[in-house]
Ligand binder design. Sequence first.
Ligand SMILES: O=P(O)(O)O[C@H]1O[C@H](CO)[C@@H](O)[C@H]1O
Ligand SMILES: Nc1nc2[nH]cnc2c(=O)[nH]1
Length: 342
Amino acid sequence: MEYDPGLVRIRQCAIEDAAGPSFPPIEFQAEQEAAHPVLQKRVCVVRVRLAPLPWLTINEVKKIADFIKNKVPCNPKIGIVCGSGLGVIGDRIRNGVYIKYEDIPGFLVSTVVGHRGALLIGDLNGVEVVCMLGRFHFYEGYPTWKCALPIRVMRFLGVETVIVTNAAGSVNPTYRVGDVMLLKDHLFLPSICGGLNPLIGPNDDKLGVRFPSLTTAYDKKLREIALETAEALGLRESFHEGVYVMNSGPAFETIAELNFLRSAGADAVGMSTLPEVVTARHCGLRVLAFSLITNECIMEYDSDKPHPTQEEVIETAEAKQEQISDFVFHLVSGMNKEALAC
Ligand SMILES: O=P(O)(O)O[C@H]1O[C@H](CO)[C@@H](O)[C@H]1O
Ligand SMILES: Nc1nc2[nH]cnc2c(=O)[nH]1
């Protein structure tokens, strides 16, 4: 060991795992420690270890997209996220190639009933799409940024617009089970109350700005196309535009919570979608999102109405599968025409 008389200082500093751009937690570990023979001060050699960042860098996300492109050469412009029981949307995709999530290095795996756990890339009504047959939820134990990782992967696959779907309970008393609500706004409770915004962490300016605006998160033109599509299919009466609220789940809401959410402006409640929407807007993707109303939320005490269950959610989604997949089939074509005309 070497000493520098008169100074007590770090003589050697090894930096390992310096993977990311900013504020990673740092661990100090004294490797050798000894008393200086003359100064009688303690001198130590420390090893500084930067703990690996929990977030993925752009390059790491690109690597996932490159892996997919190498497996399935593709150029999708529209990405689709299928909500609970809505994987049937993928059944209309022609010449589709499946990649199981578990086969994609760095990806996540679906753990919930009604989410098949695969990417499907192919042709939907003349438009090349990448479709997530199953999504990731915060209540599965994934942090919100990870729930939204596939959105960034889609962005690096070349996607410009995402259609994000979900199953939700109605808080608006005029909605009926089986209706569809296009999201025109949202209440991201885990973010505003729990600090669980998916953009927390280092921001890479090459991907998006540090403080994105969400004032126009839900593209007006895309909502118009969706309503026109519903009209053309004779479904307009069961379509609404409303405010989606995300509860972290997995427990459904209490009656008091539901009344609170209604008074705060919510029309439908679910446990997903918003990490994906926020992440999509951050990286410049246009968003259309909709909820299939799978159950009526119970807003009064001593009600005889059935309690919400996952089974009811899946049953309703299955009953509406054909209608929803038909709607999305025609919707992507309308969206594509609009994009080409821009
Ligand atoms: O939002 P999706 O994934 O459609 O699923 C919804 O359905 C499940 C509850 O039955 C929850 O996961 C809720 O978020
Ligand atoms: N939080 C929540 N999520 C749902 N997903 C489907 N229905 C519901 C519901 O009633 N509440």
